[in-house]
Design a protein around this ligand. Structure first.
Ligand code: AMZ
Length: 278
């Protein structure tokens, strides 16, 4: 896909520098609570969820309620051209099967697009994490491994504290795993607190009931997660309007994943990025 408009690329470079210096600033002061300072902007993560090689959206994470959109690499180019600084790339096949399988797609995106990548789904061993990072991911999202292989997860957190994003997927407040087909008996907040103690700084918080439903984001639970755990939380699931983005930003939330809203056209990514970086 071709870039559309030179003005925007200038804006995009400026945006990139701003995100990087802001992140550096935060990284240099890890003990400072995110609530102590006013957040200047929120990072938006366009999502590319990959099922059987195609970019898709699921309704509430259900494998059978799928909408196909096309080639993941084309969407990576499209979202980067709109000015995204980060992509959120999920291996849904991997999340269901437990086998990591999109490293080649990540390398290809890395080659073609100047964008940072956060990626998860099916990363169940330290070697899976290492391969995804080597393929070009900047951060990896880990959920199931924390529940099933807690020692290995703790080791991963020790080795890559800045690169691990805690994948906190919640159904009815409880941590859900294995493509959201299994429920653990640990609360989402409790899991988040454990991750914070292990030195992890970022979390992706998904309210499963909202995901792909286009009914709005669960702002109060996202805020509670960020406040109670001290993690930098990325909201995911249900964001369907610019008002959702404004609410999250005004609540001091670190980031937000945009899925169905940008695929369906309900949100224009450029407008959303502008709003998030105002
Ligand atoms: O939609 C789903 N059913 C789904 C999904 N989007 N299941 C898992 N995931 C995502 C999580 C997280 O980013 O939001 O996969 C990642 C966790 O994968 P794993 O394999 O570490 O539990």
């Amino acid at each position: 896909m071709q870039a559309s408009g030179t003005d925007f690329s200038a804006q995009s470079i400026k945006g990139k520098e701003a995100v990087r210096s802001y992140e550096k600033e935060l990284a240099g002061d890890t003990n400072k609570s995110v609530w102590e300072g006013k957040r200047r902007f929120m990072i938006l993560f366009p999502a590319i969820d990959i099922l059987d090689g195609k970019a898709v959206r699921l309704y509430r994470g259900e494998k059978d309620r799928v909408t196909e959109y096309g080639d993941p690499i084309e969407f990576a180019e499209k979202w980067a051209e709109a000015g995204a600084q980060w992509l959120h790339i999920v291996d849904l096949s991997g999340a269901f099967s437990g086998k990591s399988g999109i490293d080649d797609v990540i390398s290809e995106i890395r080659k073609r697009v100047d964008v940072r990548i956060q990626s998860g789904g099916g990363l169940r061993k330290i070697e899976d994490i290492e391969c995804r990072l080597e393929a070009g991911a900047d951060r990896v999202v880990i959920g199931t491994m924390a529940a099933y292989h807690p020692d290995e997860f703790a080791l991963a957190a020790y080795k890559f504290p800045e690169k691990i994003v805690a994948g906190i997927d919640a159904r009815g407040g409880m941590f859900a795993v294995k493509g959201w087909t299994e429920q653990t008996d640990i609360t989402a907040v409790c899991f988040g607190k454990k991750c914070k103690k292990m030195g992890i700084r970022h979390a992706l918080f998904t309210d499963i009931a909202k995901d792909g439903a286009m009914e709005g984001v669960n702002v109060s639970e996202t805020v509670r997660m960020q406040k109670e755990t001290g993690l930098e939380v990325i909201a995911s699931g249900g964001i369907s309007s610019l008002a959702d983005i404004r609410n999250l930003k005004e609540s001091g939330i670190y980031g937000a994943v945009l899925g169905k809203s940008i695929y369906s056209g309900a949100i224009d990514l450029r407008e959303a990025l502008e709003l998030a970086s105002e």
